[in-house]
Design a protein around this ligand. Structure first.
Ligand code: GAL
Length: 805
């Protein structure tokens, strides 16, 4: 009897084992139902700790963005003027039945910063760098019944970052379960060593994890799927002996007549890797694949798939304006859509590894990416910054970034650092060499650069290491011209340019003189105006920078300049140079923090796209008789004629290298009209009217149907109009929002860099006529109604449909 019982048990165990082996990996989003406490409590790591009174929330979460602006906050205005500190997150969960008997991991895409993670009271580890992805294995600590994950996040030591970092578990968290023999974390590497029109060789490397040294024969099968899911190539390796806990296998797969990935047609394949143990499937792993090739030529610039392509890039920090650092795919996608519309085709992830979803979007939408690891090595920029963790962690952080990201076709460059202090110090030589080697050990298919500012190359120790593939030059656009003469054979890439300032909708005259604010490194900034605003005429820049027009004029001239990365695409939180408090976000963006383009946006659009552009500014509400500079950006036309109240003020064409035209006009209320013409034919007409008093509100949703998935967003622009429907350019009305239905307002903003109103609110003052409400779906299909009202104004309503998942 006893024997039979044991046999049954044995059979049962075997069956359970077989089930575990037979089911491929499971990856579940682990964002729901976390408990949160802002403060420190050492007992919170213990499983029995009572967290019932803590707030319940869904990740990603950034507690800083929920806080109050205060000049005294330790992160200072440079860090965004918002609170930082220490906080805890806890999650109680039961392991899904499907994950039992498997190896189980918790994966964090990013926690800012100094996270420590416990499972059922066991410390799993600590990860200081706030931008890096990491995972811990939970398997041996898991219990049947309830398990508790506790995470302590410590962003208290300040000043840390030179910009707003956000605080908390601000990126996605995943729970992954695999069989005992499975593809390791970031364990695939696909590359395309040879590509022609008729065929591509795809090199697929797979690292298999066999932690328990299971003794068996395994087969690895790889398939390349096209965008429709059709298998276009397959290859395999059979009867591999599992010798080690980690081992690598590699094969070539040939794809005939490949569709190439490009910025215009970002065609994506994927590689499916399947692992079999004794013929039983134990893992399926998907890797994105873009078939493309590229090269930098010191004389001729950048080539993608053999064709010359100017890199039209911007630098982007990770914050999403009013949403803070909390990752939201739609918010990132919207930023990229706005940039794409401008003609931008490249992103630099300043100055840290981005959220993985950003890279997925760049793959899909056709952006080239410079993926950057660090802003700091061993020498500090701020007292509490990454220099403290660099000695112990930099190798791990750098190689993890490259491992995680190397399969994205969008990435064409690795940057090992931005304006690193070791440029000025002989330790830079050895460090540069070792960092470059660390990258190349993981991926040797892409060039490595560092963004440099020390232009005397004899004194630049990072350059002197002679280990970088490309000279990443920040600013100094006047050096582009003679670069080939001064650095024969060396490839240049302006890794960061411009740093011009502007506030959307704000204009200071005269517009024809360029100002550097601050003047130099020593003089404190005292100019400006009481409005904490910077003129949007593109005539103000930092002393180390240049205006948009100055920079692009120079960069477009030379074939040996492969492109630029403008500082910056969007305004971002923190670094409010040139103004002191209450300024708390940057003035550098081509687009403001709320996502409203400033005027320079159209300069780029007129240069970087072929769609017809005619952009006329400023607004037309001034005091009578005032002399106003009227500017226009245009393309696809020979000339622009300006009319005021029907009277021609003359026809202008861009002269020489100029990228805009300007008319001095004595203000008179009425209608300003510009007409662009090519060969005498009208291309475009633009009109701006003098607006009367604010009379009504208009709501424009970027999408009126969104998904009821608890994440999706509709960005609703609020415009203040006069009685005739003209936008009122200086309107500052306080708008109150009411949202009915299954949704929330995730954030509000108006793009003004010195506004101290909260981002998490149901009201916002308009700034220069505009504000924004970011509406977020809950999880029920239905309808949302957003009503915007303001004293004395006719209210507006917009309806947003929530469609089921
Ligand atoms: C650069 C730096 C950026 C930002 C910018 C502002 O030197 O790399 O992070 O600080 O200046 O102009």
């Amino acid at each position: 009897m006893m024997l039979r019982k044991n046999l049954v048990l044995l059979l049962l165990m075997l069956t359970v084992g077989a089930v575990a082996y037979g089911t491929p990996r499971i990856r579940q989003n682990f964002n729901q139902d976390w408990k949160f406490f802002l403060g420190d409590d050492a007992a919170a790591k213990l499983p029995g700790f009572k967290d019932g009174k803590w707030r319940t929330l869904t990740l990603p979460h950034d507690w800083s963005i929920e806080g109050k602006f205060d000049e005294k906050n330790p992160a200072k205005p440079e860090g965004g003027g918002l609170p930082t500190g220490i906080a805890w997150y806890r999650k109680t969960f039961t392991l899904p039945a499907s994950m039992q008997k498997k190896d189980v991991f918790i994966e964090f895409d990013g926690v800012y910063k100094n996270s420590e993670v416990w499972i059922n009271g066991h410390l799993l580890g600590k990860r200081p760098y706030g931008y890096i992805s990491f995972r811990y294995e939970l398997t041996k600590y898991l219990k049947t019944g309830q398990n508790v994950i506790a995470v302590r996040v410590d962003n208290a030591a300040q000043p840390d970052s030179r910009w707003y970092s956000g605080s908390g578990i601000y990126r996605n968290v995943w729970l992954t379960a695999t069989g005992k023999v499975a593809v390791n974390q970031w364990g695939t590497f696909v590359s395309t060593p040879s590509v022609s029109k008729t065929s591509a060789n795809v090199y697929i490397k797979t690292q298999i994890r066999n932690k328990e040294r299971v003794k068996a024969k395994i087969d690895v099968k790889w398939e390349v799927h096209d965008a429709d899911g059709k298998v276009v190539s397959a290859t395999e390796m059979k009867d591999i002996s599992l010798k080690d806990t980690l081992f690598e296998v590699a094969e070539f797969a040939r794809v005939n007549n490949p569709k190439l990935w490009s910025v215009k047609q970002p065609y994506l394949y994927k590689v499916m890797t399947r692992v079999f143990v004794n013929k039983t499937l134990t893992d399926t792993y998907e890797t994105p694949l873009g078939i493309r090739y590229f090269n930098f030529d010191a004389k001729k610039g950048f080539f993608l798939n053999g064709e010359s392509l100017k890199i039209l890039g911007v630098c982007m920090h990770h914050d999403l304006g009013a949403l803070g650092a909390a990752v939201n795919v739609r918010a990132m996608e919207r930023q990229l859509e706005i940039l794409k519309e401008m003609g931008c085709n490249a992103i630099r992830t300043a100055h840290n590894p981005p959220a993985p979803e950003l890279l997925d979007l760049c793959d899909k939408m056709g952006f080239l990416v410079m993926d950057e690891a660090f802003d700091i090595w061993a020498k500090k920029k701020n007292k509490q910054d990454y220099h403290l963790d660099f000695p112990e962690w930099h190798q791990r952080d750098l190689q993890d970034m490259v491992k995680r990201d190397r399969n994205h076709p969008s990435i064409i460059l690795w940057s090992i650092g931005n304006e690193i202090r070791e440029q000025f110090d002989s330790t830079g030589v050895a460090l540069t060499r070792s960092l470059v080697k660390m990258v190349k050990d993981v991926d040797a298919t892409r060039p490595v650069l560092s963004a440099l500012t020390e232009t005397d190359s004899a004194k630049n120790f990072i350059y002197q290491a002679k280990a970088l593939d490309i000279y990443g030059l920040n600013y100094n656009h006047k050096l582009y011209k003679d670069f080939p003469k001064n650095y024969p054979g060396q490839t240049l890439l302006p890794s960061e340019t411009t740093s011009a300032f502007a506030t959307r909708g704000f204009y200071d005259m005269p517009s024809d003189s360029i100002r550097r604010w601050p003047k130099d490194g020593k003089t404190k900034f005292t100019d400006g105006n009481a409005a904490w605003a910077v003129s949007a005429y593109d005539n103000v820049s930092a002393y180390w920078g240049s205006t948009h027009e100055e920079t692009w004029k120079e960069a477009k001239k030379y074939a040996h300049v492969p492109g630029i990365f403008v500082w910056s695409g969007f305004d971002f939180l923190g670094e409010p140079i040139p103004y002191p408090w209450p300024a708390r976000s940057s003035y550098y963006g081509i687009i403001d923090l709320a996502g409203f383009p400033k005027d320079a946006y159209y300069m780029y659009q007129s240069e970087w796209t072929s769609k017809p552009v005619l952009h006329l500014f400023p607004h037309w509400n001034w005091t009578p008789g005032k002399k106003i500079d009227v500017w226009a950006y245009y393309n696809n036309a020979d000339e622009v004629e300006l009319f005021l109240n029907g009277k021609s003020l003359g026809t202008k064409s861009k002269q020489g290298e100029e990228l805009h035209v300007v008319w001095p006009v004595n203000f008179e209320a009425g209608t300003l009209k510009a007409v662009s013409r090519k060969n005498g034919q009208v291309v475009l007409i633009r009109e701006i009217k003098t607006a009367g008093k604010p009379a009504k509100i208009e709501l424009i949703a970027d999408r009126t149907t969104i998904t009821a998935d608890g994440k999706d967003l509709s960005f609703v622009t609020v415009r203040i109009l006069d009685a005739d429907g003209n936008p009122v350019p200086d309107a500052a009305n306080r708008v109150q929002f009411k949202l009915e239905g299954e949704g929330t307002i995730a954030g509000v903003d108006n793009g003004f860099q010195a506004s101290l109103e909260p981002f998490k609110a149901y009201y916002r003052k308009a700034y220069n006529g505009l504000c924004l409400a970011i509406v977020q779906a809950k999880t029920k299909a239905g309808k949302l109604t957003l009503t915007a009202s303001s004293e004395g104004l006719q209210q507006a309503v917009v309806t947003i449909t929530l469609k089921g998942k």
